[in-house]
Each structure stands twice: as structure tokens, then as C-alpha cells.
Design a protein around this ligand. Structure first.
Ligand SMILES: C[S@@+](CC[C@H](N)C(=O)[O-])C[C@H]1O[C@@H](n2cnc3c(N)ncnc32)[C@H](O)[C@@H]1O
Length: 296
């Protein structure tokens, strides 16, 4: 790859000048950027992933007509409106997801967790069911939850609130549009596709009846103030995001999620994730070889 390129900029008198932009991310700047990203989001980028940061941020440097990564770091730290932070989170996050991802967990949610929650609620007369997809990416996870609840649970007499949040404004906008390609819907049965989507060629648009049941929000999982606004949750899905954090950030996020759950509420992590070495505050429950955590 060419490491330097010419770009045009204006000098203080408004004259167009050619200057050099460096695509090289020096090790010391990488470390500063990495620390900054970690402080802001909990996402830890190891040395081996330096190239990833370089590749993902180079278009921001070009877009902002900056000279290189040092200037970009300066902009992030001192940009007054925080607009570039939004762009940064869009650029650095990995948003892989799909409908009906990790179906064993979803089956456990519907077959065991929801009935338990409903039974507990019926004892207290509480008719609210609060579910939160805490790193929802482009919306496939919360929409799957809604469709499964509609089809497979006895929640008709309940007020169901499904919250969905992410740190990336880009994926949240896409989630609200709810228009998907074949890759996202590849694990979905014909039944759900026909009942809840209209399609034109390879484009699948989710029905407004499902869309309207999810409330999307921008929540950074390490932002204590925003996290504390989420409370009394019955079930939290925080799947396939802790893998991007180091142990300290995992502990912080899991403790904030613990506080967001009502006593006895449930937490689903990704199928390859666990709270081993993170916390003992949750009770692990294994049903049909699938793990869910319960707040004590
Ligand atoms: C791989 S996706 C997982 C999506 C979905 N939960 C699933 O399992 O299919 C991870 C998501 O976590 C989000 N994320 C990363 N760091 C975050 C943070 N600090 N706060 C909130 N969301 C974050 C990313 O933007 C991304 O959309």
C-alpha cells in the first residue's frame, strides 16, 4: 500500500495547497489512539490488530482532510461537538449479526426463561415484561426476540417493552430502517419470512408491526449515567460484545448490567462467552446444554 498521498488543502489566505497525508500509523500514535478508544468504549485493540485500526480510520482522515493519525487523535480529543466520536464508533465497531443467531439461546429464552418470568410476575400482579438487547447492532437480535414472543409465548395480556441499544449511530439508523439483505435472513424459516417481511428481489423489509415494538437508543455500555437509566429489566441480551473488551471493562459492564436487572432477572451472553473470571454475582443456569445467568 502506498503510505503517503497528496491531498489539497487551503492555507490561511484561502489558497489551495498540496500537502502530504500519511497513511502510516506510528506505534506511539497507535498506543495513544488505542488508549483513547479504550477509555471511551471499553473496546481494547491489541497490537496484533493495529492494521485494522489503520485501515478503518484512514477514510476518516481523508474525509476530514487531515495530515495523518496524529491530527486525527487531536481532533477526537478536542473536537467541540463530539461529531467525530460518533464517526469513530461507527468505524471501529464490528457489527456482525443475523436473525435467529445462536438459536439454542433463543429457544431457551422462549421455552424456559419467559415462562419463569411470567409466573413470577403473575404472583405480584405485575404485567410489564422488560427485555433489553444491549448491543443490538443492526436490529436483527431485538426483532427476532419480538417475532418469537409474538409466535411462541403467552404474553398477550402483558405490556411488552423491548429496548435495543448500541454505541454506533450508523447501525442504529440501519436498525430503524429495518431493510435487510439475504445474509441477515439466511437462518430464518420461510414461515417468519413470509409472515413478517415483504420482499423485492434480495431486499427484505420488516413489517411495521414488529418494528414498532422495539425502542432503539444510543447507549455506550461503559457510560455509567446512561446505563443507570436502564433498570428493572427482566431479561438482558448482551451477546457477542464482551469479546471486544478487556477484563476490567468486562467487569465494569457486567456490573452495570447486573444493576439494570431486577432481582431474579436473566442475562444472556454470546454462546462462546462466559462470566468465568469476570464475576460471581450471577447464578449460572444450564438447561439443554445452554447457559443463562440469573441475578441473585
Ligand atoms: C458483533 S455485534 C453483536 C450483535 C448482536 N448482539 C449479536 O449477537 O448478533 C457487537 C455490537 O456491539 C456494539 N458495541 C461495541 N462496543 C460497545 C459499547 N461500548 N457500547 C455499546 N455497544 C457496543 C457494536 O457496535 C456492535 O454493533
Amino acid at each position: 500500500m502506498q503510505n503517503e498521498t497528496f491531498m489539497s488543502q487551503r492555507d490561511t489566505k484561502g489558497n489551495e495547497i498540496e500537502c502530504m497525508m500519511s497513511r502510516m500509523l506510528q506505534d506511539s500514535t497507535f498506543r495513544q489512539l488505542r488508549d483513547f478508544i479504550y477509555e471511551q468504549s471499553g473496546i481494547y485493540i491489541p497490537d496484533t490488530k493495529k492494521y485494522l485500526l489503520e485501515n478503518r480510520l484512514v477514510s476518516r482522515i481523508e474525509g476530514k482532510k487531515l495530515k495523518g493519525f496524529e491530527d486525527y487523535l487531536y481532533l477526537l480529543k478536542y473536537s467541540p461537538d463530539g461529531e467525530e466520536m460518533t464517526r469513530l464508533f461507527d468505524a471501529i465497531t464490528t457489527n456482525e449479526t443475523s436473525f435467529f443467531r445462536e438459536p439454542q439461546q433463543l429457544d431457551l429464552f422462549i421455552a424456559a426463561v419467559v415462562p419463569r418470568v411470567l409466573e413470577e410476575k403473575s404472583k405480584t400482579g405485575n404485567r410489564d415484561l422488560k427485555i433489553w438487547s444491549a448491543a443490538c447492532s443492526t436490529g436483527e437480535e431485538p426483532y427476532t426476540i419480538v417475532m418469537m414472543l409474538l409466535e411462541k409465548s403467552n404474553t398477550k395480556t402483558m405490556k411488552v417493552d423491548v429496548y435495543a441499544s448500541d454505541i454506533s449511530e450508523g447501525v442504529l439508523n440501519s436498525a430503524k430502517r429495518a431493510v435487510y439483505g439475504p445474509y441477515s435472513v439466511r437462518n430464518m424459516t420461510e414461515f417468519y419470512l413470509k409472515k413478517y417481511f415483504t420482499n423485492s428481489g434480495q431486499i427484505y423489509t420488516l413489517s411495521p408491526s414488529v418494528r414498532s415494538m422495539v425502542k432503539f437508543m444510543n447507549i455506550n455500555l461503559v457510560d455509567e449515567k446512561k446505563m443507570r437509566a436502564m433498570h428493572s429489566m427482566d431479561v438482558v441480551f448482551c451477546r457477542n460484545v464482551l469479546i471486544y473488551f478487556d477484563d476490567r471493562a468486562k467487569q465494569k459492564v457486567v456490573s452495570l448490567i447486573y444493576d439494570s436487572l431486577r432481582s431474579g432477572g436473566y442475562l444472556f451472553l454470546g454462546a462462546s462467552e462466559s462470566l468465568h473470571n469476570v464475576t460471581r454475582a450471577f447464578r449460572p443456569i444450564i438447561i439443554n446444554k445452554t447457559l443463562v445467568y440469573q441475578r441473585a
